[in-house]
Design a protein around this ligand. Structure first.
Ligand code: ATP
Length: 384
């Protein structure tokens, strides 16, 4: 195995479209790094450049400390996993697995030894004589992964290998993949547009948007401490609520105007970092799980008013969509907590927002100007 470094990688296609605009990232030896982002962000292009299937317009790719930018795909010693469709339909599972080893002219006894080890880990020992069309989708996928794993590659590149599987199988494969990555001590660069996949499987996530990196962080850090509005709203389901909010400074007592209500916020929190401009409009963000539906008559914190726009029942959770000053805000509660609250569309609803869970974003740059207060503990040094 080896580490991978990508420095200032750029790609402009024929015709002048720039898909990548200076990508810099690294994958440590035996680390699983996920490229996550919306469709067209440049994830697959990054992977193809690393694989040597596309030529970089600028930048450098280093594998195990060697500059491979101009090397052929073969010379780079990488293994790429596409989806199950990359299996040869006329060959048995054994022959599919043996194929990359035969190309490398490995001795027959070594091939048998190699494949039996991989087949055991992947739990496909009993399937070796079958052809791909005699396997389930998940089994085919495991063989496709196995075909990459039998090779002693320096780095594994995976492009949405499980995205076409059904939800149940995907959930199983997520767990299996994580185990395989540990067992094989593989260095992995994995492309996904599915945040759940990236959050559950990655050591670190590289969030890409329009050919640029938004943020690189461990999954929980990306969720708790987003650097940008894009990162804050891309990660999390349902997504973070974002609405404009004006700041008022009343002799050092700060409040945020949200819809028709003022929310008091901690003044130390407001004072730390770059100064905020009272009277200016920012964007305020808060996750649906940090809103509480309430009754203004019995709770003086229950200040924000709106009208019920929709109710989505998700089994164990209920999502209330509330129209507040022309913006739809989502509140997520447990089924129990939803009892007794209005369910008629158009009914008046009130809620409160926990000020410890509010983020602030610059409206113009989209940068995070205040992380939520509850994240302060994450910023503290580990030994503190
Ligand atoms: P998806 O999740 O949809 O696969 P992605 O993040 O992997 O998206 P890429 O496939 O890397 O996106 O594509 C990035 C951008 O580059 C897209 O706008 C795409 O249309 C463009 N692109 C990709 N390949 C080429 C090409 N050969 N010529 C011109 N433009 C291309």
């Amino acid at each position: 195995m080896a580490d991978l470094q990508i420095e200032n990688l750029a790609k402009t296609f024929k015709g002048g479209f720039t898909a990548l605009n200076g990508i810099t990232l690294d994958v440590a030896d035996r680390e699983a790094v996920f490229l996550l982002g919306p469709s067209g962000a440049g994830k697959t292009t990054t992977l193809r450049l690393v694989a040597g299937l596309e030529e970089a317009t600028a930048g450098r790719i280093m594998i195990g400390g060697r500059d491979v930018t101009r090397w052929t795909p073969r010379e780079r010693n990488l293994a790429m996993v596409y989806d199950k469709h990359s299996l040869f339909p006329h060959l048995t599972v054994f022959e599919n697995l043996a194929y990359p080893l035969r190309i490398r002219k490995m001795a027959e006894s070594a091939i048998v030894r190699h494949i039996s080890g991989v087949a055991e880990t992947l739990q496909i020992e009993k399937l070796l004589e079958r052809r791909p069309n005699e396997l389930s989708g998940g089994q085919q996928q495991r063989v496709a992964i196995g075909r990459a794993l039998v090779r002693d590659a320096d780095v594994f590149l995976l492009d949405e290998p499980i995205s076409h599987l059904d939800a149940q199988l995907r959930a199983r494969m997520r767990v299996e993949f994580k185990r395989l990555q540990r067992d094989f001590r593989a260095t992995m660069l994995y492309v996904s547009h599915d945040q759940l996949e990236a959050m559950t499987m990655a050591d670190r996530i590289v969030l890409i948007n329009k050919g640029r990196i938004e943020q690189i962080a461990a999954p929980q850090t990306l969720f708790d401490l987003p650097d940008t509005l894009f990162a804050a709203t891309f990660i999390g389901e349902p997504p973070m609520n974002v609405i404009p909010a004006t700041i008022s400074d009343d002799s050092g007592y700060y409040r945020l105007r949200v819809g028709d209500a003022w929310i008091e916020v901690d003044r130390n929190w407001m004072a730390e970092g770059d100064p905020l401009r009272a009277g200016s409009e920012y964007l305020i963000g808060f996750r649906p799980q940090h809103l509480t539906l309430c009754e203004p008559e019995t709770d003086h914190h229950c200040k924000v008013n709106g009208k019920l726009f929709a109710v989505e029942t998700l089994g164990s959770r209920v999502v209330f969509d509330i129209d507040t000053a022309g913006h739809v805000i989502r509140a997520m509660t447990s089924v129990d907590a939803a009892q007794g609250h209005p369910s008629t569309i158009g009914a008046p609803v009130s809620f409160k927002i926990d000020p410890n869970f509010i983020y602030l974003f610059d409206k113009t740059t989209g940068r995070t100007v205040r992380q939520a207060r509850f994240t302060q503990r994450q910023k503290a040094p580990a030994h503190a």
